[in-house]
Design a protein around this ligand. Structure first.
Ligand SMILES: Cc1cc2nc3c(=O)[nH]c(=O)nc-3n(C[C@H](O)[C@H](O)[C@H](O)COP(=O)(O)OP(=O)(O)OC[C@H]3O[C@@H](n4cnc5c(N)ncnc54)[C@H](O)[C@@H]3O)c2cc1C
Length: 439
């Protein structure tokens, strides 16, 4: 058993004021614990980058009516998944106003959204310390001689608390410092590059075929990343669009290309240019993204420490949706409840904090991560980023090309396109079967 540290400054120190940390701080403070939320940026969200579709049911449960209050951009009512080649686009386009009510996916800009969520934590009584970068964990010998986390160190300052919540994002130096996480393998990491492009709201609605207040989320595969494993996204905000590419690190390295070159190619792509015409880039940034899914999850509790959100590797990319923010919020809730229980029981050892893992297993977070556990491996298949887009475009080109010679039935056109393509039937069967199992 590891008992709470003597003479603490706070009951809990939360490091990182992203969705995971802000939610954990809100919940802990709402439960009457004294909480400090430390954030390296001067203003929460200032350094945070996200594509921007937040699946919001979990926030709606926490803050009923949240979408009417929070600074969201648009409710997503249209999802488009596109295979892009150099000169064609094949899309699956789903739109329904029912997706917006009750709230489902909404676009957010983190510089506006994070301060709102942090404000909720402050209203509940958490103390925000912005502009402070935590350098390391503070440890002390527990009663049984084992080292236990007892706080954090930032510059010359030390802050003590029986439990630290590491919600410091994908790089999580704190989780590594505690030995809970190893440096992720390159195929478990991607680099995301994103620009926010200003566009008139009316133009957005015309170009993307959405009503005022509603928006579209485009997931793009293929030539927008020049065939590099990963994908592009194009999301509508209120008066801007977010365009980005997420490139698997191993595939990017193998390609020899730079992220900025790939991004430039994407911005100028003829399949995307009509959406972006006359837009003005007002923000640009790059950030790592965890891509390993369930396979990346390691230990999430140590003596006096829990790890939440992307610091624990909690993201899902299944090719249709990229999720991290909702999982961060869900893990923030589970972490807070696990920590409160451990403090209540007077045992903040890894065993005492095991309630966090149990709650996470029972929540949508780990259930969804398990559902898509096979997706990262499946998405490593190179054919998804080139050959299949070309094949489907070729089939459709043949279908829609009408000449004076007799038109052949679809099955014959598809067979001809397949025999002309780089795809072999056995690849198609193997990828298709694995895809069905992965998704
Ligand atoms: C290009 C891109 C596109 C994405 N698209 C989507 C999407 O559409 N939908 C989605 O749900 N997710 C998306 N994600 C993933 C999503 O952004 C993350 O999963 C999510 O932000 C994780 O939340 P978090 O609270 O765990 O960490 P973060 O949001 O990364 O927050 C961590 C916080 O900790 C702070 N911090 C870090 N180190 C320290 C330190 N030492 N001391 C003090 N503070 C520190 C940081 O400044 C930051 O505020 C995308 C990510 C990228 C990069």
């Amino acid at each position: 058993m590891v008992t709470p540290t003597n003479d603490p400054d706070f009951d809990v120190i939360v490091v990182g004021a992203g969705p995971a940390g802000a939610t954990a701080a809100h919940r802990l403070a709402s439960g009457g614990l004294s909480v400090v939320l430390i954030e390296r940026a001067e203003v929460p969200g200032a350094k945070n980058l996200s594509g921007g579709v937040l699946y919001a049911s979990v926030l709606e449960e926490l803050f009923p009516g949240f979408a009417d209050e929070a600074p969201i951009e648009r409710r997503i009512t249209r999802h488009v998944t596109t295979f892009l080649t150099a000169d064609s686009a094949v899309s699956l386009d789903y739109s329904s106003h029912t997706l917006g009510h009750p709230v489902n996916g909404v676009t957010v800009l983190r510089a506006r959204f994070d301060p709102w969520l942090v404000g909720k934590a402050e209203e509940a009584g958490a103390l925000l310390m912005p502009g402070i970068r935590v350098d390391s964990l503070l440890t002390q010998a527990g009663p049984d001689g084992r080292r236990q986390v007892a706080g954090v160190r930032a510059g010359d300052e030390e802050l003590r608390a029986p439990v630290v919540v590491a919600a410091d994002g994908v790089n999580s130096f704190l989780a590594r410092d505690a030995g809970l996480r190893r440096t992720p393998a390159p195929h478990h990491l991607a680099v995301g590059v994103k620009a926010v492009i200003r566009l008139d709201p009316g133009r957005i609605e015309d170009r993307f075929g959405v009503r005022p207040g509603e928006g579209a989320a485009h997931a793009i595969v293929g030539d927008c990343t020049q065939g590099i494993g990963g994908g592009g996204f194009l999301y509508t905000n209120q008066g801007s669009v977010s365009l980005g590419v997420v490139l698997r690190l191993d595939a990017l390295q193998a390609s020899g290309r730079s992220t900025s070159d790939v991004f430039e190619h994407c911005v100028r792509h003829p399949g995307l240019e009509p959406y972006l015409r006359d837009g003005e880039i007002i923000e640009y940034g790059a950030h790592l993204v965890a891509e390993g899914g369930y396979g990346m999850l390691g230990e999430i509790a140590g003596d006096g420490l829990v790890v939440a959100g992307e610091a624990a590797g909690l993201t899902i990319n299944n090719g249709f949706t990229v999720r991290g923010m909702d999982l961060a919020v869900g893990s923030g809730i589970a972490a807070a409840d696990g920590v409160a229980e451990a403090i209540g029981n007077g045992d903040v050892s890894a065993a005492g904090l095991a309630g966090y893992r149990r709650r996470l297993e029972e929540s949508f977070v780990l259930k969804d991560l398990r559902t898509y556990a096979r997706a990262p491996k499946w998405l490593e298949r190179d054919r998804l980023y080139g050959a299949y887009g070309e094949l489907s475009a070729d089939v459709l080109r043949r279908v829609f090309s009408v000449g004076t010679s007799p038109h052949r039935p679809l099955r014959a056109l598809a067979r001809a396109a397949l025999s002309d393509s780089r795809v072999r039937v056995r690849d198609l069967v193997s990828d298709g079967w694995s895809g069905v199992r992965a998704l």
